[in-house]
Design a protein around this ligand. Sequence first.
Ligand code: 1HN
Length: 347
Amino acid sequence: MSDLGRLEDLPPQYIEDLRKLNIVPLWPSLRAVLPPGKPRPNTQPTFWSYEALRPHLLRAGELTPMEKAERRVLVLANPGHGLDHMKASPAIYLGMQLLLPGEWAPSHRHTPNAVRMVVEGAGAWTTVEGEKCPMSRGDLILTPTGLWHEHGHDGNEPVVWLDVLDLPVVYYLEASYAIEGRRQTVQPGRGDRAYARGGLLPTPVFARNSKPYPMLRYPWADARAALEALAADQPALPMVQLTYVNPETGGDALNILGFHALMLRPGESLALPARSPASVFHVIEGGADVQIGDQRFTLAEADTCCAPGYTPLTLTNRRAGQPSFLFVADEGPLHRKLGVYEERPPA
Ligand code: 1HN
């Protein structure tokens, strides 16, 4: 690829005349926006230890009352994007949220989509559009774009969950905003009960449910049982993975980010192809070594890491005699919709 002319090769007066007209030449920047062969990610492989983070989150509980926080969150920020930009990757925001017994995080709705992966504690709930979703360890709860949501806590120990939002991309689109609301009235009906069995859809009339997000809570007990059953049924599967989907459409649970539950069989090591979307790994149960390009992180339970796109990954179960279980979030749906999704087999 030939070298192109640099900005310094041009007469300063010429550049200045252009800039006054809000115009710039392309060729000095062409190779930066279209690097040869593969992108140059800002996203750095980054690891967040739950053990290291937890005391700081509990301290936030002492320092800042809910009235002064609205959402008491420590953001897991990727240094490659600058810590203040609240990005784990180009499209993924991650935060650890703390709710103490008796606290309430008021109702609001906003354009970014969010999910919660419950990390610790019991007795909290999220009400989404009138549906009260209990929060237990490993449960995935959706708060899709535009839906009212609030969090409360009737238990007696701190509850912590991992928030995953598509905030960076919605903010970049200048489409991010919120509306404050009042406490919701809880309505009867629970998607996780109505859609409790894969392959069986409620048909209360002859048309199917037309709610765009019919299922808001994916209990961990069900996801775990489905992984165990899949592993037992198909021992030769290259990867024991489930995708969280909308049960009415079979499509991704949300529009921009994708969510998966992955079981690493005892002693298993999985070499994954380099894929264009960035991804996040969070250990629900057990432990895993995550090799991202030439970096390696050791994840214990509740630890989280992120990987840039276009990078080969190897996931290794740290337990020889038991499976380990991971929650995976990625930018797959966005890449597919934009037509830029790629997989590159290991070299
Ligand atoms: C939000 O609404 C929540 O509802 C958590 O719990 C984290 C981060 C950025 C923007 C909105 C919540 C958030 C958020």
